[in-house]
Ligand binder design. Structure first.
Ligand SMILES: Nc1ncnc2c1ncn2[C@@H]1O[C@H](COP(=O)(O)OP(=O)(O)OP(=O)(O)O)[C@@H](O)[C@H]1O
Length: 230
């Protein structure tokens, strides 16, 4: 694998269930993803997009095939290595999974505390800065219950990005956002790719994002049926 690849996937297969109920969800996936690129996964419901995203994001165990994530082979990575690798990833999911008992600022700080680095003042200012960039500067002390769906989603985006991840995995990150907020989030990810080399892999049905993607990969019935680079 070259250093220019954030992800290198070969002969990846995945099944759900066992015995007669067993069903194959992914078939022979081969894919290399360049560092700093914005790649979009599209395809009909049930085509395997989320399964692929969770496998390459260390959220599901690889059953067959090879996944090299940031130069590390996942199926041989020890638990401690997997934890270290996960710290280099940012996740944005449709269900934003905010902690209801924490304010917007505290939720974003959670994204930094797993890194355990920098002092508290630096963490605070990084979290405030990220929330401000996402247009939530006046909402930092609000609890999720007092934020709209779109605002909650932007808090989740801030939490994913505040730790400077090497790769961002996003599943329908703009589904709950209006056009302007959705564009802000995608432009930010694109800019992070250009400035810091952050790689983004995103599942979306949002046509507005397709125009901004470097690469569009289409899945159907667990197979890659189209791969378009700009
Ligand atoms: N936990 C699971 N147990 C059993 N089958 C599953 C599980 N998760 C996914 N599947 C099946 O695997 C296939 C791929 O599902 P997946 O969620 O990856 O598709 P998707 O393209 O992300 O769909 P959507 O756009 O609806 O989210 C589907 O047939 C689905 O029913």
């Amino acid at each position: 694998m070259g250093d220019d690849h954030a992800l290198d996937i070969a002969d990846l297969n995945h099944w759900f269930g066992a015995g007669e109920a067993q069903k194959q969800a992914l078939f022979d996936i081969d894919l290399e993803i360049d560092r700093g690129s914005l790649t979009v996964l599209v395809g009909p419901s049930g085509s395997g997009k989320t399964t692929l995203l969770t496998l390459v994001g260390c959220l599901r165990e690889v059953q067959e095939g090879s996944v090299m994530l940031l130069g590390h082979q996942l199926h041989v990575a020890k638990p401690a290595q997997q934890i270290a690798l996960r710290r280099r990833l940012g996740f944005i999911f449709q269900a934003h999974n905010l902690h209801g008992s924490l304010t917007a600022l505290q939720n974003v700080l959670m994204g930094l505390q797993v890194h355990g680095a920098t002092d508290q003042d630096t963490q605070m200012s990084a979290a405030r800065h990220m929330l401000t960039l996402l247009g939530l500067g006046d909402r930092i002390d609000y609890f999720p219950a007092n934020l709209s769906g779109g605002q909650k989603q932007r808090v989740a985006v801030a939490r994913a990005l505040v730790g400077n991840p090497d790769i961002v995995f996003a599943d329908e990150p703009t589904a709950a956002l209006d056009r302007e907020s959705g564009m802000t989030v995608v432009k930010m990810l694109k800019q992070l790719g250009q400035v810091r080399g952050t790689t983004t892999v995103m599942v979306t049905h949002d046509n507005r994002i397709l125009e901004m993607a470097d690469r569009i990969i289409t899945l159907e019935d667990g197979r890659i049926v189209n791969d378009t680079s700009k």
